[in-house]
Design a protein around this ligand. Structure first.
Ligand SMILES: NC(=O)c1ccc[n+]([C@@H]2O[C@H](COP(=O)([O-])OP(=O)(O)OC[C@H]3O[C@@H](n4cnc5c(N)ncnc54)[C@H](OP(=O)(O)O)[C@@H]3O)[C@@H](O)[C@H]2O)c1
Length: 266
């Protein structure tokens, strides 16, 4: 059943205006990225599912969107941390689905350990994927939006740890997400007058492969920090991304929305 893109808030009807838009979700093969792909597709968005290694999983996400929601979708391999990745990635999505209107910078690399354990290479790889990848993808989207005089949306997936710091040792990752929060604001300011909204979502703990191991090890500790006393499902992050990608959030830009079950209240 196709979900209708209308929210009834009292007497007011809000049109998400997502039907027939095209989105590119980096790291859409698993976890939160997969949930974002499916939630966008449920509102009629055609979705490019980017992945770096999980070919079968990305293909399955694309097939699921078409089967469940009747939208076209395509899986595209690209390492967003590598030079020269963006033009072929956007070209592939555009050939299959049409020009991209919505970019979700979701792909991330998250090494673990104390400060003494990281090499310069590990630090730079984290920034290459989490910051430079998001920067280059945003730059390519904006170039293409300007060429066709179109409006657009960028949603960056950051993390509560950008503000609070991780308790389990992810220093390069935390710093990279802080940079992405700053980039969200700076870019939002630069392109706001062109009708391009740039916002971020800061999840707390979400049950995906990235955290499943550490959650099991330190579950009681984490639960004691989360007022809602549970971990999120990926779909609970995806629904907020859909909101920011939609015209329901038309007057929002430069914002980071915290979706943490109360772990972070600012
Ligand atoms: N899970 C949490 O509790 C949590 C909390 C706060 C923020 N977040 C953020 O939410 C986002 C998604 O996290 P997740 O937990 O869903 O992660 P995940 O399950 O580990 O999935 C990571 C995704 O990123 C892709 N990816 C990794 N490196 C890439 C690269 N170089 N190029 C392209 N794609 C790449 C992976 O593709 P392959 O499958 O092909 O490897 C995969 O689709 C991340 O930005 C993360 O920082 C997560």
């Amino acid at each position: 059943m196709v979900r209708v893109s209308l929210w009834l808030v009292g007497e007011t009807t809000v049109n998400l205006n997502l039907k027939n838009k095209v989105a590119l979700v980096t790291g859409g093969s698993r976890g939160i990225g997969k949930a974002i792909c499916l939630a966008l597709a449920a509102d009629g968005v055609r979705v490019g599912v980017n992945y770096v290694s999980s070919k079968d999983q990305a293909g399955a996400v694309a097939q699921e969107m078409t089967k469940k929601f009747g939208v076209s979708a395509v899986a595209v391999k690209s390492d967003v941390g590598k030079d020269g990745a963006m033009v072929p990635l956007f070209d592939a999505v555009e050939r299959a689905l049409g020009p991209v209107d919505i970019l979700v910078n979701n792909a991330a690399h998250c090494p673990s350990g104390p400060i003494s354990s990281y090499t310069r290479k590990a630090w730079e790889q984290t920034f290459s994927v989490n910051v430079t990848g998001a920067f280059l993808a945003s730059q390519e989207l904006i170039r293409r939006l300007r060429a066709r005089k179109a409006r657009g949306k960028i949603v960056n997936i950051v993390c509560q740890a950008a503000f609070l710091g991780s308790t389990s040792g992810h220093l390069p990752y935390d710093a990279s997400k802080g940079a992405l929060v700053s980039m969200t604001r700076a870019l939002a300011r630069e392109v706001a007058a062109e009708g391009i909204n740039v916002n971020a979502v800061a999840p707390g703990m979400v049950m995906t492969e990235m955290v499943a191991g550490i959650w099991e090890q330190k579950k009681d500790f984490y639960l004691s920090r989360i007022p809602m006393q549970r971990i999120a499902a990926p779909e609970e992050i995806a629904s907020v991304v859909v909101f920011l990608a939609s015209d329901a959030a038309s007057f929002m830009t430069g914002t980071t929305l915290d979706v943490t079950g109360g772990l972070m209240m600012r």
